[in-house]
Design a protein around this ligand. Structure first.
Ligand code: HEM
Length: 223
């Protein structure tokens, strides 16, 4: 019963909330569709941790998505022992980089009074959720080896069943709770998107290529 709520009802609710509220935020206060910059308050610490965070998490999430979209190809790729080792070690290395980067984000906001002053409650919730999620991912990879392979026979059928609107949790129900918390965390983060600065992920700046230069100003709602 609890599994049905957490791994069927909750994922659908999270996606619904993310879509409806993101559309609402776009039409209601479009100019908050960003990751409000704090770069001019403190630049040095931000630059290395931000670059490290974005590269590590994008590669990790790309691997999550590609494995789910092309499980046959992914399985074949991991068929050789050396390639499997390489994938696991790379994943764990990138996870460590991601963990250290989020810790640096949190440290920067805690220790710099100017940056702290512009940090909202939503920022703290998001940073805590991201730290928990990358730490759980790292622990999953470390403690339950060869996740790159068993992912294909557990998470992938579950996610696919959700997409096909024929939810099945048999493949993930017997997994240890640490792993299930990581799966759940994925949808917690989906639900947080429209309420936090994570919404900036939708603003991949393709139009920067052709748009004219602009002067950027803060546009923040008075609370
Ligand atoms: C429902 C969604 C998700 C599922 C089913 C899932 C599943 C998994 C699995 C099975 C692993 C172990 C892979 C291995 O041992 O090689 C893993 C690792 C990891 N996950 Fe996720 N994950 C999800 C969402 C996320 C999200 C949203 C994030 C980050 C914001 C994330 C970050 C990580 C990290 C950092 C690792 C460790 C690095 C790695 O081994 O790839 N995951 N995930």
């Amino acid at each position: 019963m609890a599994d049905n709520v957490l791994f069927i009802a909750f994922p659908y609710a999270a996606v619904l909330v993310a879509v409806v509220m993101s559309v609402y935020r776009y039409f209601d206060h479009r100019f908050t569709y960003s990751s409000l910059s704090s770069q001019f308050l403190e630049r040095e610490q931000l630059s290395w941790s931000s670059v490290a965070w974005h590269y590590s998490i994008l590669i990790i999430l790309l691997a999550h998505v590609l494995a789910a979209l092309f499980p046959g190809l992914w399985g074949a790729l991991l068929g050789g022992q050396f390639r499997l080792y390489l994938m696991e070690i790379t994943g764990m290395g990138l996870a460590l980089v991601a963990i250290l980067s989020v810790i640096a984000f949190i440290w920067r906001r805690l220790t710099n009074p100017r940056v702290r002053a512009v940090t909202t409650r939503g920022d703290w919730v998001l940073l805590a959720a991201l730290l928990a999620q990358v730490a759980l991912g790292f622990l999953t990879a470390l403690l339950y080896r060869w996740g790159a392979v068993w992912y294909l026979h557990t998470a992938v059928p579950w996610l696919e069943s959700l997409v096909r609107l024929n939810p099945q949790i048999d493949a993930i129900a017997p997994l240890p709770w640490l792993i299930k918390l990581h799966f759940l965390g994925g949808f917690v983060i989906v639900a947080l998107v429209p309420f936090t600065r994570l919404v900036h992920a939708f603003t991949f700046p393709l139009s920067y290529v052709w748009r004219p230069y602009r002067v950027v100003v803060w546009n923040r709602r008075a609370h």
